[in-house]
Design a protein around this ligand. Structure first.
Ligand code: HEC
Ligand code: HEC
Length: 159
C-alpha cells in the first residue's frame, strides 16, 4: 500500500518536470558563440599577412622576454618552411654542419639532448619540428589587450 503511494507521488512529480524542460529547450534563445558565427558554420580562412622579417641575414634577433623562451624567428620563412621526414630546411642553415657557412645562429645545445638529458650525436628527434616552438612574426594586431611584461635583463638570455 505505502509503496504504491510513493510510486504515484513520484509519477505525479515527474510529469510536470518533463513538460517544463521540454518547452524550455524548444523556445530557448539561440546559443551565442564567442566567435560570432553559428557553431555549425565552417571557419572563415584567416587573412593572409606578410612576415615582418625579410630574407635571413638581414634581421636582428628579437629580444627574449623570459628564461628558456624559444627565440622568435626574426626572418620570413616563405621558401624554406619545409619540415618533413626526409628533410628539414631550417637545419640546412641552423644545423651544426651548416651554420658557419650560412652565417646563421647555431641551434641550441639543448637540441642535442634526449628526454633524459643524455647527449646525442645529432639533433634530437623531439626537436625536429622546429616551428612547434619557434614562430615567424607577422604584423597582426593582438586579438585581446595584453599587459605581459617580460623579464628581460633579469632571467632572459640577452642577445
Ligand atoms: C637561409 C638560411 C636560413 C634558413 C633556411 C632558416 N634560417 Fe633561421 N636564421 C637565419 C639567420 C641568418 C638568422 C639571424 C637573424 C636574421 O638575419 O634574420 C636566423 C635567425 C633565426 C632565429 C633567431 C635565433 C635567436 O637567437 O634569436 C630562429 C629561432 C630561427 N632563425 C629559426 C628558424 C627556423 C625554425 C627555420 C625553418 C622554418 C629557419 N630559421 C630557417 C638563417 C636561416
Ligand atoms: C621543443 C621546443 C623546441 C623545438 C622543437 C626546437 N627548438 Fe630551438 N630552441 C628552443 C628553446 C627553448 C631555445 C632557447 C634555449 C636553448 O638554447 O636551448 C631554443 C634555441 C634555439 C636557437 C638559438 C640558440 C642559441 O644558442 O641562442 C636556434 C637557432 C634554434 N633554437 C633553432 C631551432 C631549429 C632550427 C629547430 C628545428 C630543427 C629547433 N630550434 C627546434 C626550443 C625548441
Amino acid at each position: 500500500m505505502r509503496k504504491s503511494v510513493t510510486i504515484t507521488l513520484a509519477a505525479l512529480l515527474t510529469v510536470p518536470l518533463i513538460a517544463f524542460s521540454g518547452t524550455g529547450h524548444a523556445q530557448g534563445t539561440p546559443t551565442k558563440s564567442l566567435r560570432g558565427a553559428d557553431v555549425a558554420e565552417s571557419d572563415a580562412a584567416p587573412e593572409v599577412r606578410d612576415y615582418v622579417g625579410k630574407k635571413p641575414g638581414r634581421q636582428k634577433p628579437i629580444p627574449r622576454t623570459f628564461l628558456d623562451q624559444p627565440p622568435l624567428i626574426p626572418h620570413a620563412v616563405d621558401n624554406f618552411d619545409e619540415i618533413t621526414l626526409e628533410e628539414n630546411q631550417c637545419l640546412s642553415c641552423h644545423g651544426p654542419d651548416k651554420y658557419k657557412e650560412k652565417e646563421a645562429p647555431r641551434i641550441g645545445d639543448s637540441h642535442f639532448l634526449d628526454r633524459d638529458g643524455n647527449k646525442l650525436r645529432s639533433v634530437s628527434m623531439s626537436r625536429h619540428n622546429c616551428t612547434q616552438c619557434h614562430v615567424p612574426q607577422t604584423d597582426a594586431p593582438p586579438l585581446v589587450e595584453n599587459t605581459f611584461k617580460g623579464e628581460l635583463g633579469k632571467n632572459a638570455k640577452k642577445k
